[in-house]
Design a protein around this ligand. Structure first.
Ligand code: KIV
Length: 280
């Protein structure tokens, strides 16, 4: 199958085929995600937390994200790769936003960008779309606003917050986004907006009624437990498998069981004798 595009993702939504999306931050993981037939990858700024060990996403930088995006993009011949624009890369000006979005395309080779645009960033969204860059919106919980929100909390539960989710989603569709991520919002609200929009909605904590589902891959694999959101599902404990494997390796090394002959290189006795003669 050829690579997903805005057109094939829209066709999936129109045909009521559920869109699958995961995050990835490196080449080997992205290759497995691609080979598993996942439709879209988000190179999320969650990278700052789950890869770099920071307490939140605010420390992700353009250079960090471009580097990770490049390694993910090189692994994907089928999965559509979306770069997450980090804090500070789209907040200042339309021109900055355009330049930073362009870096993801020219330096990393991604297929599109996403940013945590609010009503204040609609002109910037339009400008990125106008450049010809596929753009994903993001409503509900904006982890980059963790300070103002007072924590990573579900959004859209009261009338003011619900109105913000609905009106931002409509404005982002209007601005040209080809898809919108709904993070940590009530199922009923995500369902309502999904029916109102003409573009695919992707849920991460937005319930089962969206056009697609997204999870953070280290949550899926059990590789990150500093913060486990309510919407996360651990499918396998790779973290435990890794710890057990590293312990087994240490035991084998300490007991002289590794390396075996097949892991070692040979040389002729003559060469060794010559070396001993020369060096004593
Ligand atoms: O950075 C990320 O992984 C995200 C998702 C949680 C939507 O933005």
């Amino acid at each position: 199958m050829s690579k997903h595009t805005v057109k094939t993702i829209q066709a999936m939504r129109d045909n009521k085929e559920i869109i699958t999306m995961l995050t990835a931050y490196d080449y080997p993981t992205a290759k497995k995600v691609n080979d598993a037939g996942i439709d879209m990858i988000l190179v999320g700024d969650s990278c700052a937390m789950v890869v770099h060990g920071h307490p939140n996403t605010l420390t992700a930088t353009m250079d960090m994200m471009v580097l990770h995006c490049g390694s993910v993009a090189r692994a994907c011949d089928r999965t559509m790769v979306i770069a997450d624009m980090p804090f500070g890369s789209f907040q200042y000006s339309v021109e900055d936003t355009m330049k930073n979005a362009a870096r993801f395309v020219t330096e990393a080779g991604v297929d599109g960008v996403k940013f945590e645009a609010t009503h204040n960033h609609i002109e910037k969204t339009k400008a990125v779309v106008e450049m010809g860059i596929a753009c994903v919106g993001h409503v509900g919980l904006h982890p980059q606003a963790v300070g103002a929100l007072g924590g990573l909390k579900a959004q859209g539960r009261d009338i003011t917050s619900a109105r913000k989710v609905v009106s931002e989603a409509l404005a982002l569709q209007n601005a040209g986004c080809f898809s919108i991520i709904f993070e940590a919002v009530p199922t009923k609200l995500a369902d309502y907006v999904t029916k109102k929009l003409d573009i695919p909605t992707i849920s991460i904590g937005g319930g089962p009624k969206c056009s697609g589902q997204l999870l953070v891959t280290p949550d899926v694999l059990g590789l990150y437990d500093n913060f486990i959101p309510g919407f996360a599902k651990k499918y396998v404990d790779v973290g435990q498998i890794m710890t057990d494997t590293f312990k087994l390796y240490a035991t084998e090394v300490r007991e002289g069981l590794f390396p075996e002959k097949k892991h070692s290189y040979g040389m002729s006795d003559e060469v060794l004798e010559a070396i001993v003669k020369e060096f004593g």
